[in-house]
Design a protein around this ligand. Structure first.
Ligand SMILES: C[C@@](CO)(OP(=O)(O)O)[C@H](O)COP(=O)(O)OP(=O)(O)OC[C@H]1O[C@@H](n2ccc(N)nc2=O)[C@H](O)[C@@H]1O
Ligand SMILES: Nc1ncnc2c1ncn2[C@@H]1O[C@H](COP(=O)(O)OP(=O)(O)O)[C@@H](O)[C@H]1O
Length: 282
């Protein structure tokens, strides 16, 4: 067994649209969404252990390692496969957390894919995606690594080829509670299911944005600022927003003006996740 495997990317995702189509018996919402990756990534490094210990360093401030989706993904895979090995995992975190960029879900997916390789478990992509779903609705799309229209609660995925523009992603200094937004009484919950929505950018919208900007003034302010530079939308249930640009230069010009109170980065949209390219290497 190889002892280590380094430089596994865990990219962010954007929800180019998020339409709420209904509410299920279990309280969860039926969604339609378009996921695309960006080439802005956390990095993970793995070293195999001969005992079954799982360590993660550095820990994320405010998240106990036992709750960290990386450790939870590693333990889940270990249990599922009766794997006797463990891993020391190193995390270089650059993605803003709790902002709808899916960093935690992406970290979990990268952990499943990398440890499946390092521990030589030979699980299929379908098995990894199914395991991932038990960790979070957004984990399967990161495991599969292709831009996709999602249905259901995000688990039914249909890969699509769409434009790969440049984005300026802005993280307002606030964390939005996904549960709180889905409970908002005024939420639109009856957007129609669209056939081939990837072909109809004029109909892309985010049904959560109204409830978020009403409750989180920072998101409203950030959107008001970004929209001066480019068509802009919120990802997931926020708080991050993104402007869509046809060139990197234009996106960087806007980034240079970003007010100090917010963080931001410029990244390229990718229909193929950087994780898939890494998985082709040894
Ligand atoms: C809606 C998305 C789109 O990407 O939002 P972001 O988290 O990315 O912002 C995700 O699918 C979110 O997935 P995830 O973040 O895993 O959500 P969970 O932890 O499973 O759900 C948090 C809470 O949101 C509500 N929830 C979530 C997903 C859904 N389809 N319907 C819901 O009603 C539920 O009340 C749930 O208890
Ligand atoms: N490895 C991880 N990276 C980021 N967040 C994590 C991780 N493990 C657990 N979490 C928890 O998951 C929450 C959601 O994180 P994240 O996936 O980055 O945002 P979102 O779901 O809004 O896109 C964080 O606020 C944090 O408490």
């Amino acid at each position: 067994m190889p002892t280590s495997s380094r430089n596994w990317p865990a990219p962010a995702k954007l929800n180019l649209f998020l339409h709420i189509n209904g509410r299920r018996q279990d309280g969860y919402h039926e969604l339609q969404s378009l996921f695309q990756f960006v080439d802005h990534c956390d990095q993970l490094h793995f070293r195999a252990r001969r005992d079954d210990g799982i360590t993660l360093s550095p820990a994320i401030d405010g998240v106990a390692n036992d709750d960290n989706l990386i450790v939870r993904a590693a333990r889940l895979l270990q249990r599922h496969c009766d794997c006797p090995f463990g891993a020391d995992i190193e995390l270089e975190k650059v993605l803003p957390m709790g902002g709808g960029l899916g960093g935690g879900s992406s970290n979990a997916a990268t952990t499943l894919v990398a440890l499946n390789r390092l521990w030589q478990l030979n699980l299929s992509e379908d098995e990894l995606a199914e395991l991932g779903l038990s960790l979070g609705a957004d984990v399967p799309v990161f495991v599969r690594g292709l831009a996709a229209v999602a249905d259901g609660v995000g688990e039914i995925l249909r890969p699509v080829e769409i434009d790969q523009p440049w984005y300026l992603v802005v993280a307002p200094n606030v964390a939005v509670s996904t549960a709180e937004i889905f409970q908002a009484p005024e939420l639109t919950r009856n957007s129609p299911k669209l056939a081939q929505p990837e072909l109809r950018p004029s109909q892309w919208h985010n049904d959560c944005v109204g409830a978020v900007i009403q409750r989180y003034g920072q998101v409203a302010n950030a959107l008001g600022w970004l929209i001066q530079y480019a068509p802009s939308q919120m990802t997931g249930t926020g708080s991050c927003i993104f402007g869509t640009f046809s060139s990197q230069e234009e996106a960087l010009v806007a980034l240079a003006d970003l007010p100090d109170e917010w963080r931001g980065f410029v990244a390229r949209g990718c229909n193929r996740s950087p994780l898939l390219d890494r998985a082709l290497q040894p």
